[in-house]
Structure formats: structure tokens, C-alpha cells
Design a binder for this molecule. Structure first.
Ligand code: URA
Length: 262
């Protein structure tokens, strides 16, 4: 039973891939070094090839990600490009890509934080408990998920449901921007501090979600001719933990409905 619990803990923390054939106790110091058999001395050409291979194995930066994303003329091409994209290590620990859900011509794009365990299994965003609450929130203002577009700041589940790191957010941002530009909605709903920080200008994003929520802000999306209105609000997972915040969240939903009807 104890072993089962230890295994579950490892799995929840994202340790779900075997890297070695035999267990290794890393607290016990380094294993004795095996003598390295003498190999062929590399020729200058082989050395250059090895250096080039090492360079191409470096994680892709934001600029490369931007080039790939901006080269996609359709949502299908963007999804395929993300599937092939090896510049974000989250892809290695996730089960699959969680690209988006909802309409390709939505007037509103809802941006969450990152897929969780259920989303990782289903390949669709917001299908777990937070997603069920989001469905109820949308229904309360006469919307359902087929009328909006639902995406996340990163399209792969961070191991153990940890928050995405700055580097992961940074390298995935061009793909998020491109998806928004291809859909060209009327506005955005940013759910939670991570989505707000990712979309809003840096100096504004540094403020907490309690300060930012409930007020329409402007965000620049590369490829769109004018800034888009963006309403930050609480994340449904936060509302599940903090039911008292639902009153403020309801105010935000009313503001959103008013704006959609205008
Ligand atoms: N939380 C998110 O931010 N996104 C999901 O897709 C699920 C839970």
C-alpha cells in the first residue's frame, strides 16, 4: 500500500517516465565512473557536424516560435505546427497537445492557464471540475462553449499541475497570439492571474488578479490592426476553492454579457 502511495505521489508530481533501466539512488553520491574505451579521434569535419547537431538540439527560443507560428495561415496549420514543435519541454511530459475547443470564428476567446490531468487525457481544454464550472458560468449569461473559443496560455499539461514557468509561457506565446490573430475575435476573457499576466502589457500584468479583474483592458495582438479589449476575471479553479469570490465573478460575467450585447 505504501509503495502504491509513493507511486501515486510520483505520478502526480509528473514523474511518469522511466529514464533508466535500473533505479538509481541519487542521494547516495555519484556511481563509480566506468573507464571510457578509447574511441576514434574526431576529424575537424566530424567535430563541426557534432557542434551543429548540438546547436540544433538547443531549445527553440521565442523568435523561432514566432517565425513558425506567423508562418501558419490557418488554424489547422497552427495546430499541426504546434504538434511538431519541440521548443517547449512540457510536450515531453504531457500525454498530448490540448490545442483549443469551440468555434473557429468566435466573437470571444477565453484564455485559461494550462491543461490539467483531465484535459491532458481528453485533449480538450476545460473538461475537468474547473471546466464544468466554466460551462455553468457561460450558461448563466446565455452562452455555451460551442459559441466561444477556449484556449490556454500553454497547450500542454505542466507535470503535477504546477504553474507554467516564465520560459514556457514565453515560448508558447507566439502560438497563442497567432491563434487569436487568425480568429480575430471582438474580445478576450482572461481567466486567472497567469492568463492576465501573459496577455496584458508587462507593467499592468504585474498587478494581481484582484486588482485587474472586472475592468476592460486593451491588449496588442501581433497581426491584428487594433488592440483588443480583454476582461480579466477569476479562474474557475480559484472559485472552486474560494466560493466567496463568486459574487465578484458574477459581476464580471454581467459586464461581459452587457458588452457582448452592445
Ligand atoms: N484550468 C485551465 O486553466 N485550463 C484548463 O484547460 C483546465 C483547467
Amino acid at each position: 500500500m505504501e509503495l502504491l502511495e509513493a507511486l501515486r505521489l510520483q505520478w502526480e508530481w509528473g514523474g511518469d517516465e522511466a529514464l533508466l533501466d535500473a533505479p538509481q539512488d541519487r542521494r547516495a553520491g555519484s556511481p563509480p565512473k566506468q573507464p571510457v574505451p578509447p574511441g576514434p579521434v574526431p576529424t575537424p569535419m566530424a567535430a563541426r557536424r557534432a557542434a551543429a547537431n548540438a546547436a540544433s538540439a538547443l531549445p527553440m527560443g521565442r523568435e523561432q516560435a514566432r517565425e513558425i507560428a506567423d508562418g501558419c495561415a490557418t488554424l489547422e496549420a497552427l495546430e499541426a505546427a504546434l504538434r511538431d514543435f519541440s521548443g517547449c519541454a512540457l510536450r515531453d511530459t504531457a500525454t498530448q497537445l490540448v490545442f483549443a475547443d469551440g468555434a473557429a470564428d468566435a466573437r470571444l476567446i477565453i484564455v485559461g492557464e494550462a491543461p490539467g490531468a483531465e484535459e491532458d487525457r481528453a485533449g480538450r481544454p476545460f473538461v475537468g471540475p474547473a471546466g464544468q464550472l466554466l460551462d455553468k458560468m457561460l450558461a448563466s449569461i446565455g452562452l455555451d462553449r460551442r459559441q466561444v473559443r477556449i484556449v490556454n496560455t500553454v497547450p500542454w499539461r505542466p507535470p503535477g499541475n504546477r504553474a507554467p514557468t516564465e520560459a514556457e509561457l514565453n515560448v508558447c506565446l507566439p502560438f497563442l497570439h497567432r491563434q487569436i490573430a487568425l480568429i480575430a475575435p471582438r474580445g478576450l476573457l482572461a481567466l486567472g492571474a497567469v492568463a492576465a499576466k501573459t496577455l496584458l502589457p508587462a507593467e499592468m500584468g504585474r498587478q494581481g488578479i484582484r486588482r485587474l479583474r472586472g475592468v476592460w483592458r486593451e491588449v496588442e495582438i501581433p497581426g491584428l490592426p487594433a488592440p483588443l479589449p480583454c476582461l480579466p476575471s477569476y479562474h474557475p479553479a480559484y472559485l472552486l476553492r474560494t466560493p466567496l469570490a463568486k459574487a465578484e465573478s458574477w459581476q464580471d460575467l454581467l459586464r461581459l454579457r452587457e458588452w457582448l450585447e452592445a
